[in-house]
Design a protein around this ligand. Structure first.
Ligand code: NAP
Ligand code: GLV
Length: 309
């Protein structure tokens, strides 16, 4: 069995070494133009030239959860795309979102500013019942995040494409329930995949519906930059309709130095690191799936190109 590794923005060598250790019988190489046809590929943002040069791949293993960039390429119809299925990401995402939520709810920015001035000042405690959190996307990451938020006793709403029943969550499904979901949520967490149906979903119309249309909504976007209509955000913040936003992902990454999000007082920016790929866990998962596929067994995380995730 031959496996090729084609990673942009990531050094392939540690992946090649790790995969060789996990699959000692396979021939595993970093891809170079002219390399022979492989059975499987381990990829991150590969160029179209790579796909065109490897038309007979059976499995294309993405070293991330989101496959939006991969699905932009022209892929051979027989090639199965497999996304990373947690592999250490969901706990990171839960940490990140709970941190952003609690930082906002407990007004830590206020206390930090007061502490810098040496002031001992209290704010009136807020009621968590007034801070219902809506999690968009109840997949591998969204469900874990929703459960983690529930541990802090916030009311939690979840929205997915297909109906779900998750203990402790008020679940909404499909477009018809979207406005009700938004209205019932004050803090919105985006964990949707980027598809034709979800591109631009964080826009002025939808964000204004948070919190039954009352001012004070808060946005946490940890999925993809193109979910947010960036030009809509600052007017909502400046008018007070939204109280703030924590953004980990952007239309253009790295976020350009002159982008207004960097300096806006109500926006917290992080550099697309809310849930990083953990190399050891990912290699173990991908190697396990390759072994299962070779035995003719089904694997989790197979992407449906028509659905887009
Ligand atoms: P997932 O397991 O595929 O879950 C996707 C969820 O979104 C599912 O619940 C799905 O509904 C729902 N959904 C999809 N299209 C929808 C629509 N049109 N309307 C309503 N719900 C819809 O994905 P995941 O592993 O949780 O990851 C989610 C995304 O997080 C990734 O695609 C990636 O973009 C992003 N991500 C970001 C980072 C980061 O560091 N910032 C790291 C990892 C991942 P069903 O359950 O009904 O199918
Ligand atoms: C990161 O953004 C991922 O999709 O894994």
């Amino acid at each position: 069995m031959r496996i090729t590794v084609c990673l942009t923005q990531t050094r392939p060598e540690p992946w090649v070494e790790g995969l060789r250790a996990a699959l000692p019988d396979a021939d595993i190489q970093a891809w170079e133009p002219g390399a022979p046809q492989a059975d499987h590929a381990v990829v991150w943002a590969p160029p179209q030239d790579f796909i065109d040069a490897q038309p007979g791949l059976r499995g294309l293993f993405n070293i991330g959860a989101g496959v939006d960039a991969l699905l932009q390429l022209k892929l051979p119809p027989e090639t199965q795309v497999v996304r990373l299925d947690d592999a250490g990401m969901s706990v990171q995402m839960a940490e990140y979102v709970c941190h952003a939520l609690i930082r906002h709810f407990r007004e830590f920015d206020f206390y930090e500013a007061e502490a810098r001035e040496g002031r001992w000042a209290f704010r009136k405690p807020r009621e968590r019942a007034d801070f219902a959190v809506g999690v968009m996307g109840l997949g591998v990451l969204g469900e874990r995040v929703a459960r983690a938020i529930g541990q802090f006793e916030f009311p939690v709403n979840g929205w997915s494409r297909s109906p779900k029943a998750v203990e402790g969550l008020r679940c909404f499904a499909g477009e018809a329930a979207f406005d009700d979901f938004l209205g019932a949520s004050r803090v919105l967490v985006n964990l949707l995949p980027l598809t034709e149906a979800t591109r631009g979903i964080l826009n002025s119309r939808n964000l204004s519906r948070l919190n039954q249309g009352e001012p004070g909504g808060y946005l946490i976007n940890v999925a993809r930059g193109a979910h947010l209509v960036e030009a809509d955000l600052i007017p909502l913040l400046d008018s007070g309709q939204l109280a703030g936003a924590t953004l980990d992902v952007f239309e253009v990454e790295p976020l350009p130095a002159d982008h207004p999000f960097w300096r806006h007082p109500k926006i917290t920016v992080t550099p697309h690191g809310s849930a990083r790929t953990m190399r050891e866990a990912s290699i173990a998962q991908i190697a396990g799936k390759i072994r299962a596929i070779e035995r003719g067994e089904p694997v989790a995380g197979v992407v449906d190109p028509k659905r887009g995730y």
